[in-house]
Ligand binder design. Structure first.
Ligand SMILES: Cc1cc2nc3c(=O)[nH]c(=O)nc-3n(C[C@H](O)[C@H](O)[C@H](O)COP(=O)(O)OP(=O)(O)OC[C@H]3O[C@@H](n4cnc5c(N)ncnc54)[C@H](O)[C@@H]3O)c2cc1C
Length: 437
């Protein structure tokens, strides 16, 4: 009979506990002092840990089999201690239990729309995530996973648990020549991480500077900007299964990255909570300056002197000039994806609209600038009192104050219908719709 993970074990004659998450991964809870746990996540890739995990799976020798209930009971005798993102170690248990009631998500989302979450919790460890999952299952509370709230439109109050993923920490895993592998906690701020990498001379992410949000959400839609996507520097991520609590490592292929897409938005939607992301950076990474706007920004510097920091600064200047700052004007960045057309559909569109802004893709498809379509259809700067389309950037819907998610969604739909009727091109929302009727 196939084994159903996780498996619960205890080291006889001691307090040490184990949870086997799968064939190659287990977590170990070691007693620390009077009342704390030190928690380690192990990957059984080398000899001693392979032997240990085999013994744990079989529950042989000194490793006793526990029921899930007994294991939880023993674990709850202590709280977990601080740690780093690569070991899966936990922050103090008191934090694990901290839960708030009736939290206005306006403060946690860049659109700034008022919507009450019945329950709110910040999880700063794998264990805290599992606690929250257990709690939401026991209380039949729907789960809303929150990062920085910069890619979501809330349509209504959330009558369940809003779980903010807050694991912190940045740790070098390996350095080999100019290559550096670094793992980052899901709760780290994305832009701060990019700057931290730059400060350390770890290159490859500079074009993604100033994208709002947290590291844990970055693989969700394979964030991208100015010719670079997350997938270009992605090594692996670890995520906790929402139903079983099991931890799994996903490499790039398993994430099925595409244009603003990943397996976490399609086949595995809603199944995983990303807890840490590992990156492969390079001190000698080539500069990505193919975008005209970057070259324009750098034109006063001799090309031979361009540095990674120059590129990051150029990207930050371009973004600050072009995009509304969510601190000042509610928005979630590009509301729509750029549609990708097959060659024959593009030729038809170009015959009737020769000026259409487009970018040929390596696979022969053609990406159309959604902003161009929306602007030419007459929507740029459209004002509906509480909300509208940004005056300088037609792709961005904005919230002036007092709007509801449903009203902003109505505007989005009106734009989609109009663009379709004028150009025959179907736009698709990039922003995640939360609680849509
Ligand atoms: C001004 C502005 C500019 C932007 N520019 C860009 C850009 O250039 N390129 C780009 O790609 N995006 C851009 N975005 C969109 C957004 O910043 C990114 O998509 C970002 O990665 C979202 O991160 P977040 O932490 O805010 O995610 P959230 O909005 O909190 O969440 C997004 C989705 O991911 C889920 N989620 C969040 N964290 C986790 C987790 N740890 N595990 C599992 N699911 C999770 C949420 O449930 C939700 O469905 C922009 C947004 C703004 C406001």
């Amino acid at each position: 009979m196939p084994l159903k993970y996780p498996l619960y074990r205890a080291l006889e004659g001691s307090e040490t506990l184990y949870r086997v998450e799968g064939r190659r991964h287990f977590s170990e809870w070691q007693p620390l002092g009077e009342d704390r746990w030190l928690v380690h996540a192990h990957f059984a890739e080398i000899y001693p840990s392979q032997v240990l995990i085999q013994a744990l799976i079989e529950g042989e020798g000194a490793y006793g089999v526990l029921s899930s209930e007994e294991w939880q009971r023993r674990r709850q005798r202590r709280v977990s201690s601080d740690g780093d993102p690569s070991s899966g170690t936990s922050l103090p248990g008191s934090k694990i239990m901290e839960m708030k009631e009736r939290v206005d998500l306006a403060d946690w989302t860049t659109f700034g729309l008022s919507a009450q979450a019945a329950h709110w919790m910040t999880a700063r460890s794998d264990d805290a995530v599992r606690f929250a999952l257990d709690w939401s299952q026991e209380n039949k509370a729907d789960l809303l996973v929150m990062g920085g709230g910069s890619n979501m439109l809330l349509h209504r109050d959330w009558d369940g648990l809003a779980l903010h993923v807050g694991m912190l920490g940045i740790r070098v895993l390996k350095e080999e020549g100019s290559r550096v592998e670094v793992v980052v906690g899901a709760g780290e701020n994305w832009h701060q991480w990019v700057i931290n990498a730059l400060d350390n001379g770890w290159h490859g992410l500079e074009n993604l500077a100033l994208i709002p949000g947290q590291v844990g959400a970055s693989p969700m839609q394979n964030i991208g900007a100015y010719g670079v996507e997350l997938k270009d520097r992605f090594l692996w991520l670890e995520a906790i299964h929402v139903q079983t609590g099991a931890l799994k490592r996903f490499d790039g292929a398993a994430c099925a990255f595409g244009y603003r897409e990943s397996v976490f938005k399609s086949a595995e939607k809603g199944n995983w909570i990303i807890v840490r992301v590992a990156f492969a950076l390079d001190r000698n990474a080539p500069l990505q300056t193919s975008y005209g706007a970057i070259q324009q920004e750098l034109k006063d510097l001799p090309e031979a002197s361009w540095t990674h920091r120059d590129v990051a600064n150029a990207v930050m200047r371009i973004r600050s000039a072009k995009l509304p700052d969510p601190e000042k004007l509610g928005n979630a960045g590009s509301f729509f994806k750029n549609p990708v057309l097959q060659a024959d559909a593009f030729v038809k569109l170009q015959n009737t609209h020769p000026q259409v802004a487009h970018y040929p893709q390596p696979d022969g498809t053609i990406k159309i600038a959604a902003g161009w379509l929306i602007e030419k259809a007459g929507w740029k700067g459209m004002h509906r009192g509480t909300h509208g389309v940004h005056v300088h950037q037609a792709l961005v819907l904005v919230h002036y104050g007092g709007a509801t998610g449903a009203e902003i969604w109505q505007l989005a739909q009106d734009i989609m219908h109009d663009v379709f009727s004028k150009y025959g091109v179907q736009l698709e929302a990039e922003v995640n719709q939360i609680g849509r009727a």
